[in-house]
Design a protein around this ligand. Sequence first.
Ligand code: FAD
Length: 422
Amino acid sequence: MGRTIVIGGGIAGLTAGYRLLRAGADVIVLEAGDRAGGKLATVREQGALIELGPDSVFTHKPWAKELIEEIGQGSEVLEPAAQGFSLLVDGRLRPVPRPLARLDTVAPGAFDGADFLGEQDKERAARPADWAEPHERDASVAAFFRARFGERFSKFVAEPLLAGLYSGDPESLGMAALYPRYWRPHEATSPAGGPAFISLRRGMGSLVQALVNRLGDVVRLSSAAKAVERSGASLSVRTSAETFEAESLVLAVPSFAAARLLQGVAPVASELLERQQHASTSVVTMLFPAGAFRKPPEGNGFLVPRSENCALSGCTFSSLKWPGRAPEGKTLLRSFLRHGGPEGALIELDRLFSVTSAPELTRFDTWDRALPQYNLGHLDWLAGVRLALSGLPIALAGASYGGIGVPDCVRQGIEAAAQFTG
Ligand SMILES: Cc1cc2nc3c(=O)[nH]c(=O)nc-3n(C[C@H](O)[C@H](O)[C@H](O)COP(=O)(O)OP(=O)(O)OC[C@H]3O[C@@H](n4cnc5c(N)ncnc54)[C@H](O)[C@@H]3O)c2cc1C
């Protein structure tokens, strides 16, 4: 087995690197930044544990949880301390009392108290889905859920729950790639027992650290790949300091970065990769002292339908959702911004919870082009990219391609490694 170079040290690249190493391969992981992990980043400030990127993984897609266990981090798993979330409708928070991870099996009574939905909406939501027929063509998230649940349920519940995560336009996001379990229900995996979401006691960054510890000097930080070239049967990867020869490559970088790297060696793939759109996202994290709210937040957060006049698309009540995230009595909130900055976020929080004390800590983090958009036809686009790469020993892995969430990125890392280890 010749050398494999993994470009990108986010969760997809680290997983690929780990699996290649475990299979006895000669592997190098090149990471542009001065730390590994990409979007997985945990910091500690003033006694609070703050996630800058993902704060949890979905367990119905088992790959991240399995990796956590495989690398000996199973005892670090945290289950949510709070259940339920709210929806902001007409300026008021409406609790959705039961956990609602899958809209294909809405628990009976989940919306009993939801006065913003009519009886007909609730009945329709609780009715077993008659979507067993496989669909031939892609449809937008908005169109699909309008047809399934009706206008109001789709606008107030399904769209914020399912499209909001991607900071995308529900009229453009495609069902086939984003929600295959609704789109092709006969292919859906059945959920494992236990909570739908888990986190790690020392934050998602500890998953990165555990992988980096196993990889050792396989991971080269501050080593941005500049270009991929072909020399005979082998490939070479140029960084500003060195050129590495490789028999195979895993590109675990966003599509726009992959496009640049492949310009010379695979111009058609490069041109296709360049076309994917991305959304940026900004997060304001605030730590409030004890007693800072006249109407304290309850549950694990809220989501905001696009029709609401609100600067936020959602907010996670981190210290209620996960144990140990803030010093005793204090409240850590993570607000996802639709527009504006920390001042706007504070105004919205004040409107909802009557804030009586200023936050002790405010962080404003912007992730530029962080969320690839799986627009209508994403799967055809991906098939085209793969076709343009066929014949080259190059695998793609990560959020731009086969799923945005951490579990899908882990799975893609595993699959990419398997391609070169047999
Ligand atoms: C704010 C936010 C919250 C999120 N919340 C959740 C959540 O709760 N749960 C969930 O499952 N998912 C969540 N996600 C999505 C998820 O975190 C990401 O999609 C996933 O982590 C992406 O992993 P990746 O390895 O594909 O890419 P990345 O993490 O982007 O890693 C790619 C790496 O490649 C490096 N790189 C780029 N170009 C080069 C180059 N030329 N040479 C070398 N290295 C290069 C980058 O520096 C980076 O480290 C969230 C995302 C964001 C932004």
